[in-house]
Design a protein around this ligand. Sequence first.
Ligand code: C5P
Length: 277
Amino acid sequence: MPWVPNRPPASEQLCLLASLLGCRPPASEQLFSFSGLQTFSSLVPVPTEIVLPLDVPTREAARPLLKQLQGTVPWMKVGLQMFTAFGTDWVREVADAGYKVFLDLKLHDIPNTVAKAVESLAPLPIDMLTLHTSGGPAMIAKACAAQQATKPDLLLLGVTVLTSMNTEQMQAVGWHDDALTQVRRLAQTGSEAGLRGFVCSPHEVASLRSELPADTRLVTPGVRPAGADLGDQSRVMTPRDAAHAGSTHIVVGRPITAATDPLAAAQAIAAELASVE
Ligand code: C5P
């Protein structure tokens, strides 16, 4: 189970001051020692939560899932497919059905445009929102400033390298390092620019956990219960292993949506996560 700091508000200010003075300890010390900043922080275990991606073309196809999974799955991911078709009303309907909403729009544009998009989305009942870290530190910083000013509880998540990018695809856009090196670089840049969460492969979690601040949320697709059909995912991890590695949220789609009994499938994953210490 991932552990993150549980800081009282006054300590947040001390953290900010310490970080401005350049005395933030390395992430590994924040996680595992109670020296330095941790003298006024405590670590609390964060149960890893299930996110269901609503990868369906119609609201009629999604509504039975919303009804069935209430109370078992805390998060729904609304991506480009449904947001483009059904817009903000659909986001409100999902939230009204009792879910936290992860709006996966992967924003990527000039800093002003992304910041304005964050401001426009702020009135919506959303809890996580994605942007591309490859948009650069200025874009990220301006998006974070807009989020802080308009919706302080919203978690902005940085997308690093899309898992659809293989070596050939990466080289075609001028990324000549291997994927993990590029992921680590983008996550570090994103973290320094203000992001407190990233989407990554479960196989990248351990590496990012050791390098990023302890309160960083890591959201991982590519999760499959043992024995489940992999679909088009190749490098997968079980829910238990992803939680052990430090994923705070796992995105699990087809193992739930394609199951004969989606509720039973989701309950089994929730039980597996609950057994992780
Ligand atoms: O059905 P499955 O569990 O493979 O769904 C995974 C979800 O996570 C899909 O919505 C997919 O688009 C998304 N995703 C992913 N890999 C990424 C980023 C997002 O599988 N790197």
